[in-house]
Write a protein that binds this ligand. Structure first.
Ligand code: G6Q
Length: 529
């Protein structure tokens, strides 16, 4: 069935008219006109307090955006995703990361298989393994317990666990060291291993396909480092794998009894709640990991059941579309006022830009309006002393999410109050600006922000935040008619370098364009010098 592109619908035209009508209204005016604005545009749900009122919207905008969601059938597609329909049409797959956090005892039969039972079989295996390692009962080849865990993976097999480990470090077992190796640049592996002892080091090789060149190259070099010290037999006690391909894991030389399975219906960038999160479970323990899953589930249930006008991921996604398509915003900033969330923006870059960075819709047509925005950010207050200048006084409109917590993770003196005072001050200044006779010193204000507050950065809160953004991205992709679950742009990169690598060490003729030929010749001439 062919659908009407969203930009040709009646509601899109009404939104365009409405955008023109409220374009001139400043946030200062909107607050003056409606004293109840902060209350009516704040949503308290799923453990979060989210203030949308400093956005360039009115209640009427919200209601029109809710109509847009209905026209794009966000709710229908959401239900289809949760039920296991093959909504990833280009790869003919279900999209079931939400099944990864369903409780034990639930059941979801997809094409004859109870996927929730499968999920818990693997979660139980992960928990048993984690307990062994954490209690020192899993010993290495020389009989010593594991003191360091090195996760080898890239993209979706790295960003989630690396971000989540950093976010939840205070909840982790501090006696053990955790490292994450992703880059093919040899310095990444070198730095990770330089002070580790092979006898007490465990490697987790994480690759959905077990065919990714960076991961396999790093894993082979790690194996050589281990076996050089402890011999070939050591692999069985020091290497485990996380993958969908038992065959390739066995081929690599890892015993499949030490393999933790996941499924092709889990996209890489959505995989941290699967076995891909094994390093996180080793760090924070099975109970901590289950709390993380419970937080995700809480947001899933909210996304499934809350009415659109109080549905956090839907509202965030709708606002994302509002700014991208009606205010020509090119980027969006995510600014966590929690240093432990320092990798959260990088994680969201993949989640959002790999999902919605597409120019063709599900039906193969060119998407004629802008789609996925550029996502960026750094923790506050650091960013304030760097790039906030451009958000305050630059020429571009950059909607920003400010994330903060009422409790400090590591309380010291008045630090946390100062941190949060900065968050509140920034959103106030961005919205209302500051007048000045000197235009250089003038802050025009009217710069939109959404403030997302939680109680404390614990496993549940991290789970809620991740699921919040997953469903935000889903909402946006659905409105644009995009398949948010494939990544052909990444796959091209996986094959291109393979052809050039042997040319670098050779001296044969080159058949690229003039620039690439010259660059390869320069490298050949200089690489051994
Ligand atoms: C994620 C992407 C991509 C992928 C990596 C690693 O959604 O598909 O980032 O996760 O390329 O792939 P493997 O896990 O197969 O090694």
């Amino acid at each position: 069935m062919t659908t009407t592109p969203i930009s040709q619908t009646e509601i899109w035209r009404r939104l365009a008219d409405h955008a023109t009508a409220i374009e001139g209204a400043t946030l200062a005016q909107l607050f003056a006109d409606d004293p109840g604005r902060a209350a009516s545009l704040t949503v308290e749900a799923a453990g979060l307090h989210v203030d949308f009122s400093k956005n360039r919207m009115t209640v009427e905008t919200r209601d029109l955006l809710v109509e847009l969601a209905a026209t794009a059938d966000v709710a229908g597609r959401r239900d289809a995703m949760f039920a296991g329909a093959r909504i990833n049409t280009t790869e003919d797959r279900s999209v079931l990361h939400t099944a990864l956090r369903r409780p034990k005892g639930d059941s979801l039969i997809v094409e004859g298989v109870d996927v929730v039972a499968d999920v818990h079989r693997v979660l139980d295996k992960m928990a048993a393994f984690s307990d062994e390692v954490r209690r020192g009962r899993w010993v290495g080849a020389t009989g010593r317990p594991i003191e360091a865990v090195v996760n080898i993976g890239i993209g979706g097999s790295d960003l989630g666990p690396a971000m989540a480990y950093r976010a939840l470090r205070p909840h982790s077992d501090r006696d053990r060291t955790f490292r994450f190796v992703s880059n093919i640049d040899p310095t990444d592996l070198h730095e990770a291993l330089v002070d580790l002892d092979p006898a007490t080091t465990m490697f987790i090789v994480v690759s959905k396909t077990f065919g990714t060149i960076e991961t396999l190259t790093n894993a082979r070099s790690a194996r050589a480092w281990l076996t050089g010290a402890l011999g070939e037999e050591a692999v069985a006690k020091h290497f485990v794998a996380v993958s969908t391909s038992a065959e390739r894991v066995a081929e690599f030389g890892i015993d499949t009894t030490n393999m933790f399975e996941f499924w092709d219906w889990v996209g890489g960038r959505y995989s941290v709640p699967s076995a891909v999160g094994l390093s996180l479970m080793l760090a924070i323990g099975p109970d901590g990991f289950h709390r993380f899953l419970a937080g995700m589930r809480e947001m899933d249930e909210h996304f499934l059941s809350a009415p659109p006008e109080r549905n956090l991921p839907m509202l965030m996604g709708l606002l994302g579309v509002w700014y991208t398509n009606f205010f020509a915003a090119q980027s969006t900033a995510v600014l966590p006022y929690a240093d432990h969330l320092s990798r959260f923006p990088a994680y969201l870059q993949q989640l959002d830009m790999e999902s919605n960075g597409k120019g063709v819709d599900r039906e193969g047509r060119t998407v004629i309006v802008d789609s996925g925005p550029i996502v960026w950010g750094e923790p506050g207050t650091n960013g304030q002393h760097a790039f906030y200048q451009l958000i305050h006084q630059g020429t571009r409109l950059i909607p920003a999410d400010f994330i903060g917590f009422s409790h400090a993770t590591d309380p010291i003196g008045a630090h946390h109050d100062l941190l949060m005072a900065n968050l509140f001050a920034q959103t106030e200044a961005l919205a209302f600006g500051q007048d000045h006779d000197d235009p250089q010193r003038r802050f025009t204000g009217n710069r939109p922000t959404t403030t997302i507050l939680g109680d404390r950065l614990d496993p549940e809160a991290l789970g809620r935040l991740i699921a919040l953004y997953e469903h935000k991205v889903f909402t946006m992709g659905t409105i644009w008619g995009i398949n948010s679950f494939d990544q052909f742009g990444v796959e091209l990169g996986k094959v291109l370098a393979v052809a050039i690598e042997p040319e670098l060490a050779g001296d044969g003729d080159l058949d690229h364009d003039g620039s690439t030929n010259a660059l390869i010749r320069w490298y050949r001439a200089n690489r051994l010098g």
